[in-house]
Design a protein around this ligand. Structure first.
Ligand SMILES: [Zn+2]
Length: 377
């Protein structure tokens, strides 16, 4: 079955051009400029961007990945798909070994189905001083042995581990994770500049929500922020919801790391796509007021209610990125982090037809995943 999308403004990381594209068996087979050689589904001059890739996401639509409940996880994925995210990994929060293994094993089945692109352990190997919305009673020192148990539970689908490099055993665990094909991300950390670099030397290549849950940039104590921004081996995650990070600090990060090393994430939790109210994140109670999620106890920000379409729009409007740059940070760079950039993250011949149609105000008008419309424009 073949489908042509015509009258499109196609956005790639190289530029924007008016044209058309053809899709067969879920993949993009032709891309052309100007008018399509045959009748197609006209997009009326609207923008088409690659489906968004979210490498840090805890749920949505009332569902929370840390519970491992498959039906609720499906609803969360469906919500994010409607907002343009066609590839995402499920982020777990700190829990007991049994809880984490059970959730990973359950979500691995959704990975087998192609619904999720992997599982992310955000904790338990993080700093008590920077634990944010994680249960401090369950934090522990990393051991390659415990981590191997968790990786095994995920049956090849564990993609990322967030870890604080200053903890005893952290560097060995980073090396072990990388050796098992797991991306080591530094975050929820109280590390110095030097300790952070040790983590990168050990193989870490991602900064978990840069700025949040780590010491602030200081001129005599540059800390993790400067180390992670400066190092060419590291891709920095940014939560662009207008709450977690000031737009000026987003611009600063973007100016240093550039689109090749910057990945927008949602860090979305269960309340995403729902109303204000009380929710849980792992074992912690969270209150959402005006869309901002905070722990009931202590008031720490507890994830976001962000979706990638909003993060994308804000990147253009509030941060000042061009459309090709925004496509890079919302799709291509996170796809490259996951090693999936040969399949997703860009509009190119041979890639999956994962597409988002955006109207002139950059609102989602349609979403296609693997050549099938999730919402038809
Ligand atoms: Zn998170």
């Amino acid at each position: 079955m073949s489908l042509t999308l015509a009258d499109a403004r196609i956005v790639t990381s190289e530029g924007v051009h008016d044209g058309w594209l053809t899709i067969e068996d879920g993949r993009i087979t032709h891309i052309g400029r100007g008018s399509a050689p045959r009748d197609g589904h006209s997009l009326g001059g609207r923008h088409v961007v690659p489906g968004f890739v979210d490498i840090h996401n805890h749920g949505g639509a009332g569902g929370s990945f840390p519970t491992g409940e498959q039906d609720r996880a499906r609803e969360a994925v469906a919500l994010h798909e409607r907002h343009g995210t066609t590839t995402m990994i499920a982020s777990l929060v700190t829990g007991t070994t049994d809880e984490l293994a059970a959730a990973a094993s359950s979500l691995a089945e959704l990975c087998d189905e192609g619904l999720l692109a992997g599982v992310h352990f955000e904790g338990p190997y993080i700093s008590k001083a920077r634990c944010g919305a994680h249960n401090p009673a369950l934090l522990r020192e990393p051991t390659p042995q415990e981590f191997a148990t968790l990786v095994e539970a995920g049956r090849g689908h564990v993609r990322m581990l967030t870890i604080a490099p200053e903890l005893p055993g952290a560097l060995d665990t980073i090396r072990a994770a990388v050796a098992q094909g797991v991306i080591a991300a530094l975050g929820h950390s109280d590390a110095t500049f030097e300790q952070t670099l040790e983590g990168v030397e050990a193989g870490a290549s991602v900064a978990t929500h840069l700025y949040n849950a780590m010491p602030a940039l200081g001129h005599r104590a540059p800390g993790p922020v400067a180390a992670l921004l400066e190092d060419e081996r590291v891709t920095v995650e940014l939560i662009n919801d207008g709450v977690h990070v000031h737009p000026a600090m987003l611009r600063l990060a973007f100016d240093v790391a550039g689109p090749r090393r910057t990945a927008l994430i949602t860090d979305a939790m269960a309340a995403t796509g729902m109303g204000d109210g009380t929710y849980v994140l792992g074992s912690m109670e969270v209150t959402v007021t005006d869309g901002v999620a905070r722990l009931v106890e202590g008031g720490s920000i507890a994830g976001s209610t962000l979706t990638m379409d909003v993060a994308f729009r804000r990147a253009v409007r509030e941060v000042g990125l061009s459309l090709p740059e925004a496509v890079q940070v919302a799709s291509l760079t996170p796809a490259r982090v996951l090693g999936l950039d040969g399949e997703v993250g860009s509009i190119a011949v041979g890639r999956f037809a994962d597409l988002v149609v955006l109207d002139n105000s950059l609102e989602v008008a349609g979403v296609m995943k693997r050549g099938s419309w999730i919402t038809e424009p």
